[in-house]
Each structure stands twice: as structure tokens, then as C-alpha cells.
Design a protein around this ligand. Structure first.
Ligand SMILES: NC(=O)c1ccc[n+]([C@@H]2O[C@H](COP(=O)([O-])OP(=O)(O)OC[C@H]3O[C@@H](n4cnc5c(N)ncnc54)[C@H](O)[C@@H]3O)[C@@H](O)[C@H]2O)c1
Length: 363
């Protein structure tokens, strides 16, 4: 199976957007534009400039922002809007937002009338280089991340780097977490494109293109995650568990921040289980501390986080599975890890936190 996602940048993306919308409207197809409350405020005006005069003929749908709203209730609201405005199977849903919007919009589009046309216009760094590409859609359910979802590639993914101008710095940092992950599993040279730590918003189009290339190459070869695509989950077994732990604690941890922490956990396990060199772990730890502040949880939370990993979609039965790294660019999938060892890896992560704070006392 091949994926038909078309990825266009800047001026080409603008032309394609105008073609798609003009063509759909000329056939009397309904065109919907999905935003969250933030992207409605910050990105919709930029979008409207790109599609001169056509927004008057489009139907806006706005949902509350934040991962906490990537829920069945929000999907239900989107479906109600599509139904109320008589969306046919030829309707187009444009998802203007970060990964939360491409995940939920893609999911809503994939099920409505068994699938309507969908276009992603990613507005966060993480969604430009990762979430919008490769066709995975999802919502969270009962506090578990991405428990319900489909494979449904967008027809087109339109990249406008200028949306990053309004993106808050913690969200830029979140994208950097996934970029560093790409560099470890695929192409260590990506690190040369990283922005300076004093000016992390200086994201170049070169960096975006290089990351998109990595994600596209992997997902094209294995669209349904039967094998190779699993390498993209590097850092995500622990990362998702940490993210879901903080989500339930109502504390704000971005996806990429949780993944960056999960990468450290996976690297520690890689040293212990598949013989990754300790220097790589040390180098990554230094890089991590340049861009991220270690997350605030204590050893008391570790059993809860380990328990959350048991619900990971990548598991087989009761076993918790990790992607590990033999050396940079050489990930190994489907590694079953004993819970005791996972606990040790999380203790290692906490030891970095205490070193970072200059505090020798463990809690
Ligand atoms: N489907 C996939 O393959 C895949 C891959 C990675 C992540 N994801 C999912 O993506 C989500 C994380 O994506 P995200 O980090 O983009 O989160 P997000 O969509 O929640 O965006 C983060 C915040 O930034 C705001 N925002 C987005 N663009 C903005 C802009 N240009 N200006 C101002 N504010 C802006 C949003 O409103 C939100 O408050 C998670 O749900 C994760 O599970 C999916």
C-alpha cells in the first residue's frame, strides 16, 4: 500500500490550497475549517490572507485547545457540525492547528460517512515535522493517550513555516524533542540544524524539510506500523506514560518534552540491554539538559508510570515493549523489558533531575 499524502511548502502550498478550495466550492462541496481556540486566534487570520476572499464560503468549526480536549466529546461536536451543515462524502475538512487538531480532525474525517476529504495545515513545530505526516489519527480515551484511532492519511499537508512565529516557546521545545529523537534513530546529522539554545525559535526550513523527509521515508515503507515504522516510537513507551501521568495530574507537560524524557529512559535501557555505548547516553543527556528542564515527579510516582506503560498499544499481552538503540541510526524494535528494569531507568532519569537542581538528596 502506498500513501497519497502530498506535501507542499510555502508558495506551492498556497497555490495548492487555493486550487483545492476553489475546485471543491465550484462543485458545491462543503469546505470546513477546523481550529482550536488558540489557532483560531493566531493562525486563522494568517490562513485567511492566504486564501483571499474564499473564507466567506467556508464553515468554521472551533474546539477548545489542549490535549485534554482530544476526546470523544470534541469529535462528537465536530460530527454534529458536519451533520448540521449537511456535509456530504465530498466535503473537505481542513485541519488548521497542531498535532491535537490533525489527530482529532483526521479521526473525525476518517469516520464521518466512512471517510471525507481531509487536508492538514500544521501550525506547531511538532505537527509540521511529525504529527501531520503518515496518516495516524487518534483521540485519548479514559486518560489513555491515543487509545482510539485510525490510519487515514491526509490528502495534502501544507507547510507554512510562518505559523511558527506565534507558537509559544514551550511548544517549539516540544518539537525539538521529536527532532532529537529523529537524529538518534535515523540521521545524527540532523543535530547540525538544531537552533542555538539561546534562540530556539530560529527553526529553518532546511530543518523542517530534513525531518519531514525522515518521517515520510519511514511511513511510506510501513504505513500501518507492521515493523519499520515502530522505530518512530523510540522514546514513546516511557514518554506516553509520563505524558499521561502529568495529564491526569492536570500539570502541563508537552508531548515532545515527555518524549525527550522518554528518550533518556530508552537510552539508559539501551545501554543496559542492547549494549549502546555509555558515551552516547552521556552526550544525549548533555543535549537534553541544554534544551529541557527535567520533569518534576518523585520516586513515589514511578510504579504509577510503569503501570501506565503496560497499557501501551505497542505491547503484546502483559509485556511492556520498547524500541531501543544499538547505536545511533540503529534502532531495535519489540524489546520486552522487565518492569524492575524500567523502574531503574526511571530512577536514573530522576538522578539527572537532582543533579540538574544541584540536589544530592533523592526523594
Ligand atoms: N499522529 C501522529 O503521528 C502523531 C505524532 C506525534 C504527535 N501526535 C499528537 O500530536 C499532539 C501534540 O501536538 P502539538 O504539540 O502540536 O500539540 P497541540 O496541537 O495541542 O498544540 C500545542 C499548543 O499550541 C497551540 N498552537 C498550535 N499552533 C500554534 C501557533 N502557530 N500559534 C499559537 N499557538 C499555537 C495549540 O492551540 C496548543 O495550545 C498530541 O496529541 C500527540 O499525541 C500525533
Amino acid at each position: 500500500m502506498t500513501q497519497d499524502e502530498k506535501i507542499a511548502f510555502e508558495e506551492q502550498a498556497r497555490i495548492l490550497l487555493n486550487e483545492i478550495v476553489t475546485d471543491a466550492l465550484s462543485r458545491d462541496s462543503k469546505v470546513f475549517i477546523l481550529t482550536d481556540t488558540n489557532t483560531q486566534q493566531w493562525c486563522y487570520p494568517v490562513f485567511a490572507e492566504k486564501i483571499d476572499g474564499l473564507t466567506a464560503h467556508m464553515i468554521p468549526i472551533t474546539i477548545p485547545s489542549g490535549e485534554i480536549n482530544k476526546t470523544l466529546e470534541s469529535v462528537s461536536y465536530i460530527w454534529k457540525q458536519l451533520t448540521t451543515h449537511q456535509a456530504g462524502r465530498d466535503a473537505v475538512l481542513i485541519n488548521l492547528g497542531g498535532g491535537m487538531i490533525s489527530d482529532i480532525g483526521g479521526f473525525a474525517a476518517s469516520c464521518f460517512k466512512r471517510g471525507i476529504r481531509t487536508i492538514h495545515i500544521p501550525t506547531s513545530l511538532l505537527s509540521m515535522i511529525d504529527a501531520s505526516i503518515g496518516g495516524k489519527t487518534a483521540i485519548d480515551f479514559m486518560w489513555y493517550k491515543n487509545l482510539i484511532g485510525t490510519f487515514y492519511p491526509a490528502e495534502s499537508i501544507l507547510i507554512f513555516p510562518e505559523f511558527l512565529n506565534s507558537l509559544p516557546l514551550p511548544q517549539i521545545r516540544s518539537g525539538l524533542g521529536e527532532i532529537i529523537k529523529y537524529s538518534l534513530i535515523s540521521d545524527p546529522d540532523l543535530l547540525t540544524f538544531l537552533p542555538p539554545k539561546q534562540h530556539i525559535a530560529a527553526i529553518t526550513t532546511e530543518l523542517l524539510r530534513a525531518c519531514i523527509h525522515v518521517k515520510q521515508q519511514i511511513t511510506l515503507q510501513d504505513p500501518k506500523e507492521k515493523g519499520l515504522r515502530k522505530v518512530l516510537n523510540f522514546g514513546h513507551t516511557a514518554g506516553h506514560a509520563i505524558e499521561s501521568y502529568f495529564l491526569e495530574e492536570a500539570d502541563v507537560v508537552t508531548h515532545g518534552e515527555a518524549v525527550a524524557a522518554g528518550v533518556l529512559v530508552a537510552l539508559w535501557l539501551s545501554v543496559t540491554v542492547v549494549g549502546l555505548s555509555k558515551e552516547i547516553l552521556k552526550d544525549y543527556q548533555d543535549l537534553y539538559l541544554q534544551y529541557f528542564v527535567p520533569l518534576e515527579f518523585t520516586s513515589k510516582s514511578i510504579p504509577d508510570i510503569v503501570e501506565r506503560m503496560r497499557h501501551d498499544k505497542k505491547n503484546l499481552g502483559e509485556e511492556t515493549r520498547f524500541v531501543l538503540l544499538r547505536s545511533p541510526g540503529q534502532p531495535v524494535i519489540d524489546q520486552t523489558i522487565d518492569p524492575t528494569l524500567i523502574e531503574q531507568a526511571l530512577h536514573y532519569y530522576l538522578s539527572i533531575k537532582y543533579r540538574y537542581h544541584g540536589d544530592t538528596k533523592n526523594q
